[in-house]
Design a binder for this molecule. Sequence first.
Ligand SMILES: Nc1ncnc2c1ncn2[C@@H]1O[C@H](COP(=O)(O)OP(=O)(O)O)[C@@H](O)[C@H]1O
Ligand SMILES: [Mg+2]
Length: 253
Amino acid sequence: MKNVLVINNLRKVYGKKGNMYTALNDVNFEIKEGEFVGIMGPSGAGKSTLLNVIATIDTPTSGNIIVDGKDIVKMNENTLSNFRREKLGFIFQDFNLLDTLSVRENIVLPLALSKIKPSLIDKNVLDIAESLGIKDILEKYPYEISGGQKQRTAAARAMINHPTLILADEPTGALDSKSSTELLQSLSDMNESENATIMMVTHDAFAASYCKRILFIKDGSIFTEIVRGGSRKEFFQKILDVLSTLGGGLSEM
Ligand SMILES: Nc1ncnc2c1ncn2[C@@H]1O[C@H](COP(=O)(O)OP(=O)(O)O)[C@@H](O)[C@H]1O
Ligand SMILES: [Mg+2]
């Protein structure tokens, strides 16, 4: 399997001389096509920083971020915005839907500048809405739907253009347990059936147990990683075991 993401000697230092904080310290890892990777670690470990520099929302201090063979650290703003649109899909904790657009319009947003035929777009929307269980709410507006439906709309938007890499930061953070489970099952299905490559930051061991591999970050560095072998339940237990050795206070995670 080819590498979708390669992170080399990644560092992120915030602040200026005299008041510097190293949020990421020499991080190295790879994600292969079709992987579903979780990023876990105590509060303040650097999880969001890591996701944000890969998402090109923030810039690293040094190191390489290679997506689909290209180093995004070296790209200029023009190239970057095309890159973001074509190669990345985003799912955030707070959904980030546009209130003035219907569910259908929110989902097709990433295709706004594409040259795909409208009839084909319609078909793609229906397919993805069907698999996420939101086909019946396509004409509704965000204020008319539940949190779980909002997040599945966001997931559909993240996947509509079949991005190289889907980035999710605490996607279940604002959901009740039933909606969380539905979303995680959907992400897992997309990963299995479409071979979607997903990197998900979460502090929640239950959410993480849907991943196939988990990287644990502590104090800006990778502490350890575990790979799912058996059932989700066994993996869940394994995650709890690592979290207990990780320290940093489970309660604040
Ligand atoms: N813009 C910023 N300026 C200064 N420090 C920051 C900034 N963003 C994050 N940090 C610091 O970097 C560390 C890692 O933050 P973050 O990546 O948000 O952690 P996590 O998502 O794992 O909780 C924290 O100590 C945080 O205070
Ligand atoms: Mg965070």
